[in-house]
Ligand binder design. Structure first.
Ligand code: AMP
Ligand code: MG
Length: 322
């Protein structure tokens, strides 16, 4: 059976059975493709870390099809409920206190007393989660530290036969990961900018939010779990906020091309300067330009508002010295 399967009802049933059986299934979400396993099965969760080559301190997001599935797992508070009802299903992950009785594998949350939870909106993800009937732990379906996958082919390239099935669901509409907000302690803090913007969240909560500073965390001992400075990394060096392009560099443009000269190859995240279009294209275009033929990738400046915050976060990590 080919590993990439169109998401018809039969394939979704097979994928659900694989998950219940402790196997790994890659599935589409509106953010990026996820690598799913039964979150209550420690061995299945361990297989995720093994397939990704992921450091074990980096906790996974727990995915559910409806809010009721979370009642036994996490302790809600008013702000968290407000955000969940406003943005779910969607690209927002909430970090909440883990209930003592939660049966989620401790490995999935890297031994923390919190859980990161999300309800994805992609119809294939929704169907799979309902059919599986188990809570699904899922990081992005790529080798740890590398570019996130936004098509089924990206998953196959990155993980190959380490995954038991890849459910196809087209190109991810948002294209960057979910926004992670810590709602477990005191004032909410954005741990990772993502598909729901800071401005959208601030509007609902009626107050300004802090954004966790990844650069302050650094390398082996991240101040927030999973916040490694170097992540989402292509093989080539990245040069950000480029205002010129060398002849041997590839160029990733944004908005109307103002300096048209130079560059051995060029792609434009969004010629119209639309940050939604740019986010959806980001990982696929970085992959396409990440070829040994070029000396590096020069990236045009991206505004730091709306989805630009998430795009710039990924670009800075991709550019971080490793
Ligand atoms: P990924 O699944 O690859 O999209 O990454 C999930 C991210 O969610 C991790 O990198 C962490 O930063 C964050 N995360 C998951 N669980 C927790 C948690 N319990 N506390 C804080 N951050 C978390
Ligand atoms: Mg990831």
């Amino acid at each position: 059976m080919p590993i990439i399967q169109p998401p018809d009802d039969a394939a979704i049933e097979r994928a659900a059975a694989l998950l219940r059986d402790g196997r790994l299934v890659a599935f589409p979400t509106e953010t990026v493709y996820g690598l799913g396993a039964d979150a209550t099965n420690g061995e299945a969760v361990a297989a995720i870390y093994a397939a990704k080559g992921r450091p074990s301190f980096n906790p996974l997001i727990i995915h559910v099809a409806d809010m009721a599935a979370l009642d036994d797992l996490v302790a809600w508070n008013d702000d968290a409920r407000l955000l969940a009802t406003s943005f779910w299903p969607g690209a927002l992950t909430l970090v909440l206190p883990r209930r003592p009785a939660a049966t989620i594998s401790l490995l999935a949350s890297a031994g923390l007393d919190t859980l990161a939870v999300r309800m994805p909106s992609h119809p294939v993800a929704q169907k799979l989660l309902r059919a599986a009937g188990v809570t699904v732990a899922a990081p992005s379906a790529n080798a740890s530290g590398k570019l996130s996958p936004t098509t089924p082919a990206h998953v196959a390239e990155s993980l190959g036969d380490k995954v038991d099935m890849i459910l196809a669901g087209g190109k991810c509409a948002i294209g960057v990961e979910s926004t992670v907000v810590n709602m477990a302690t005191g004032a909410p803090v954005i741990l990772r900018p993502g598909g729901v913007t800071r401005e959208q969240i601030e509007k609902i909560l009626g107050r300004k939010l802090d954004v966790f500073d990844a650069a302050a965390g650094e390398k082996d001992a991240p101040a927030a779990p999973g916040m490694l400075a170097s992540h989402y990394a292509p093989h080539l060096p990245l040069r950000l906020n480029a205002d010129s392009v060398a002849d041997d560099e590839a160029f990733l443009a944004f908005g109307p091309d103002i300096f048209v000269k130079g560059g051995a190859a060029r792609l434009n995240l969004s010629p119209q300067g639309d940050l939604y279009e740019a986010a959806a294209n980001l990982f696929a275009m970085l992959r396409e330009l990440d070829k040994p033929a070029y000396a590096g990738i020069a990236v045009a400046p991206i505004p730091d508002t709306g989805l630009g915050l998430a795009i710039n976060d990924r670009l800075h990590r991709a550019a971080a010295v490793r």
